[in-house]
Design a protein around this ligand. Structure first.
Ligand code: PLP
Length: 226
């Protein structure tokens, strides 16, 4: 079932040239290995401890993406091996990632999270804060991070028109930011948006990277994960 879902998704993503992050949070290693066996190499996790444990026991050519809210004191645990951090929502966090990257002499790729949903519980910069951060003097000095794009999550609603509008807004902000005179450590090439329930809308609005869990691995127990 996992392999078949992946095949369907890859075929759907191909015309858009979009990448798939298989979101494996809460799922056992055997499910990840099944996806791996089908050819998937990109996995997304949202808990530091779980990501570290999985990375230690699974094949080393997996590209691990951290997609959750990241606390500064936990950056050090994932810095050595993480491929992309999706949800950076403050300059403070970016500075900590830079500090850990420096220690490892590694440049760590990040996406800045933009708050596009109506729910107040979702993290991220608003448009104004994003532009202020990107054009700040401070960001230029962060030599061990690379900001490669933006990430956003739409409101959890059945209202497709609203979701579409939120993705369209994020896409237009992405294009606007791309045109700014950006420092060396910022190159806007990725727009991470779209999950199981809304990835088709996200692709139509310019997503380059979708993060999909339940469509591949089945539903999660909703009492332990949102
Ligand atoms: C869990 C999660 C996803 C995947 O959600 P599904 O609805 O299972 O596809 C995508 N992005 C983030 C940030 C997540 O936490």
């Amino acid at each position: 079932m996992i392999a078949a879902s992946l095949k369907t998704l890859w075929a759907e993503l191909a015309p858009f040239n979009a990448k798939l992050v298989a979101v494996s949070k809460t799922k056992p290693n055997k499910d990840l290995l099944e996806a791996y066996g089908a050819g998937n190499r990109v996995f997304g996790e949202n808990k530091v401890q779980e990501l570290v444990a999985k990375a230690e026991s699974l094949p080393t050519d997996i590209e691990w993406h951290f997609i959750g809210h990241l606390q500064r004191n936990k950056v050090k645990y994932i810095a050595p091996f993480v491929h992309l951090i999706h949800a950076v929502d403050s300059l403070k966090l970016l500075k900590e990632i830079n500090k850990q990257g420096k220690k490892l002499t590694k440049t760590i790729s990040c996406l800045l999270q933009v708050h596009i949903a109506q729910e107040e519980t979702k993290f991220g910069f608003n448009a104004q804060e994003l532009i202020a951060a990107i054009t700040s003097e401070e960001i230029k000095t962060l030599s061990h991070i690379k900001i490669i794009g933006l990430m956003g999550m739409a409101t959890n609603t059945q209202n497709k028109a609203q979701i579409k509008l939120e993705f369209a807004e994020l896409h237009s902000l992405y294009k606007e930011v791309k045109q700014l005179n950006l420092p060396q450590n910022i190159k806007m090439n990725e727009l991470s948006m779209g999950m199981s329930g809304d990835y088709k809308l996200a692709l139509a609005e310019g997503s380059t990277m979708v993060r999909i869990g339940s469509t591949i691995f089945g539903l999660r127990n909703c009492t332990i994960n949102v």
